[in-house]
Design a binder for this molecule. Structure first.
Ligand code: AP5
Length: 194
């Protein structure tokens, strides 16, 4: 299983990626979590990305690609991955495909979580109050949603044209979303293995 998650901020990519990875016995790799670990650890990567992340802007492609290369290769050797937060743009998807194909690590299925803007804002505001993530303020939430629409949403067509997109209604309780995602992935996988 080599899967990536697409969805707007707050759509449940992290929540579902963890469950799906556990279900299929593969690793969950989150670009956002790895970047936040760098920020918390004060590493050179962390210092380079902190301001952009706090503003809700994407960080430079080169940083993300270098950071993910080893974990993705290692996970591929161990049976696969669920990648959450990458790619964020068609450019990232194309660059990653060229590298990953040579390693036999290219993604096979993309899972798109569809959630209404109203519910996204509700979830991120709630988390902002509880967990205090720096990018969960109202102003930054709005900007993150704009960045998704402009930069990331074109990936939905990109993967649909490659016939490897699974769409799931993410506007439901967590367990229902997980069940629908796993059912959709099983079907997509059996079609691919055909
Ligand atoms: P990233 O960490 O990827 O953040 P994001 O896309 O903004 O997504 P979130 O983590 O907010 O939401 P999620 O979809 O994972 O949902 P979650 O499960 O957490 O990226 C952060 C930043 O890093 C970016 O802005 C950028 O700066 C940088 N970055 C990362 N990758 C990059 C890349 N490839 N290129 C360039 N820059 C990059 O759930 C959200 C909340 O809702 C939680 O509280 C959860 O408990 C709750 N929830 C989840 N599902 C449900 C449900 N079904 N019902 C009710 N509540 C739910």
């Amino acid at each position: 299983m080599r899967l990536l998650m697409i969805g707007p901020p707050g759509s449940g990519k992290g929540t579902q990626a963890e469950r799906i990875a556990a279900h299929f016995g593969v690793e969950h790799i989150s670009s956002g979590d790895l970047l936040r670990q760098h920020v918390a650890g004060g590493t050179s990567i962390g210092r380079a990305v902190e301001e952009r992340m706090n503003r809700g802007d994407l960080v430079p492609d080169g940083i993300v690609m270098d950071m993910l290369r080893r974990p993705v290769e290692a996970a591929t050797r161990r049976g696969g991955y669920v990648l959450d937060g990458f790619p964020r743009t068609v450019e990232q998807a194309e660059a990653a495909y060229l590298v990953a194909r040579e390693l036999g690590a290219a993604v096979r299925i993309a899972l798109y979580l569809e959630v209404s803007d109203r519910e996204l804002v509700r979830r991120m505001r709630a988390r902002g109050r509880m967990a205090g993530r720096a990018d969960d303020s109202d102003e930054v939430i709005n900007h993150r949603l704009e960045v998704f629409t402009e930069r990331t949403a074109p990936l939905i067509d990109y993967y649909a044209r490659r016939e490897c997109l699974v769409r799931v209604d993410g506007d439901r309780p967590v367990d229902e979303v997980t069940a629908a995602a796993i059912a959709g992935l099983r079907e997509a996988r059996s079609q691919l293995d055909g």
